[in-house]
Each structure stands twice: as structure tokens, then as C-alpha cells.
Design a protein around this ligand. Structure first.
Ligand code: CIR
Length: 257
């Protein structure tokens, strides 16, 4: 079965790190309702949701994806690129160690989980303002033993690699060609985001369904037209903190029940 680790929206969310967005007021109650709706959407798809402990003093803790890369064989604990986020991974690592052997990235490596796109045995790793060469190199050393190939991808106009591209079907990516060159993903097809929806490339694939922001209707229409099951979730309040749908969980396969 599939487990999703999530983490509550912190009291201090309004002090989140921001890179490409202007700071605007965030309605905490609304963000919490949206986060609950996201967890409900996961449950409705048969996923068991486990909440990591709240960390009200860490504004970005809800974006738990950035704290680790979880593979079937190992969990690699990230070292977030933003100094304000460096204390987020430890409690997550404690939970992951119940399910996987755990490896840690260490200084000078920095890496955010949002920069990692796993497609089969290929790990695309974004080199961004958060993830550096040392981070990708250490990651490659930890996962190479399990037969994963790591491919670096430069990320420029957006926060993370997965702001620009995510996987929506076995051979299909959803991608913003202005933010990442499609040629990097040789052998895969891609669907482009709709005009006026630059941030729409981040979808969370759960089995055959896609948890997807309700605020990108045109791109959602394109996904539906391809026969993909789109599960819309409201998440515009969390988007003000530069978070998307992949960022709010870490998914792990577990055997049996
Ligand atoms: C940050 O800047 O780190 C947070 N405010 C947003 C992180 C979003 N995470 C993600 O896309 N994986």
C-alpha cells in the first residue's frame, strides 16, 4: 500500500521562504482547510496518511517533500538549500527510518526534494538555487548502488525542477517548456501547460490519478482530454508560499498492508 507523510501547516507560514513570488498575506485557516482537503484527497485514493509532528517555528515545514527522496530501497535525507529550512528533515528522517534504511546528505551538499523527478530508474535532479552539484553528487553515490541513473538538469526561471515538470503517466510528462528544455527527457512524451498557467506543471501522481490544483483549469482540461483522471484540490493559499501539490507529501510504497 501507499503511505503519504504530511506535516501540518505551521503557525508561522506567513514567514515562509520566497524566491519568485511577492510576499502577500496568507490566510492561515484557509491554508489549513486546503491542506486538510489535500489529505482527504489522498485518503480517498486509498493512501494511508501519516502526519509528521507540527513544527510551528519552521514556516515551510508543510512542504515536506523537500526533506527527502524516498525510493523503494532507501530514503535519502536532504539538506535543504534555504538555511531557514535546515531543521525540517530530522523529525522526518526519524519517521522514514521505520520504513527504509536512511542515508544523509552532508555539507557542502544542498538539495531540496522538489528538485528530484523520479521516472523509472532515472532520477532527474534539478540544479537550482536550492540544489547544488555536491548535493547531486552525494545523491548519485547513495542511489547508484541500487541501479538508479542520476541526470542533472539546470533550473533557472522557477524554484524547483518539479515546478517545471512532473510525471503524469508512465511515458508522459507535464511540462512548462519555457522553464525546462523538453529535450532533457529523452524517450518521454510531454504535454505542455496551457498559456497563462506557467505554474501548472506540478501534478501529484497517485496510482493512475493526478491530484491537481483547481486553479489551473485549462491545463487540467488538457490532462482530462488525454484520458487522465484529475482530482482537483484547492491549494491557492499554499501557492502563495510557493508550494504546489507534490510539495505537501512524501509518498512511500509499503508491502502488503
Ligand atoms: C520554499 O521556498 O522553500 C517554500 N516556501 C516553498 C517550497 C515548495 N516546495 C516544493 O515545491 N517542493
Amino acid at each position: 500500500m501507499l503511505i503519504a507523510l504530511t506535516r501540518p501547516v505551521s503557525e508561522s507560514l506567513a514567514e515562509c521562504a520566497l524566491t519568485h513570488l511577492e510576499r502577500v498575506p496568507i490566510d492561515l485557516d484557509r491554508a489549513r482547510h486546503q491542506h486538510a482537503a489535500y489529505e482527504d484527497a489522498l485518503r480517498a485514493l486509498g493512501v494511508r496518511v501519516i502526519r509528521a509532528p507540527a513544527a510551528d517555528e519552521l514556516p515551510d515545514a508543510v512542504f515536506i517533500e523537500d526533506t527527502a527522496l524516498v525510493l523503494d530501497e532507501v530514503a535519502v535525507i536532504a539538506r535543504p538549500g534555504a538555511v531557514s529550512r535546515r531543521r525540517e528533515p530530522e523529525p522526518v528522517a526519524a519517521i522514514l527510518s521505520q520504513f527504509r534504511p536512511v542515508q544523509h546528505l552532508v555539507a557542502p551538499a544542498t538539495l531540496d526534494g522538489g528538485d528530484i523527478l523520479l521516472v523509472g530508474r532515472t532520477i532527474y535532479a534539478g540544479l537550482s538555487s536550492r540544489t547544488n552539484e555536491a548535493g547531486v553528487k552525494q545523491l548519485a553515490a547513495h542511489v547508484g548502488v541500487f541501479g538508479y541513473e542520476v541526470v542533472s538538469v539546470p533550473v533557472r526561471s522557477c524554484l524547483h525542477l518539479k515546478s517545471a515538470v512532473s510525471q503524469v503517466d508512465d511515458q508522459l510528462l507535464l511540462l512548462n517548456p519555457q522553464w525546462v528544455p523538453a529535450e532533457v527527457f529523452a524517450g518521454l512524451e510531454y504535454l505542455a501547460v496551457a498559456d497563462g498557467e506557467a505554474g501548472a506543471a506540478n501534478a501529484l501522481r497517485v496510482g493512475d490519478a493526478l491530484i491537481y490544483p483547481v486553479h489551473y483549469p485549462w491545463t487540467a482540461g488538457r490532462l482530462a482530454k488525454r484520458g487522465l483522471e484529475v482530482v482537483p484540490v484547492p491549494c491557492d493559499e499554499l501557492a502563495k508560499a510557493e508550494g504546489g501539490v507534490t510539495c505537501c507529501s512524501l509518498l512511500l510504497n509499503t508491502p502488503g498492508g
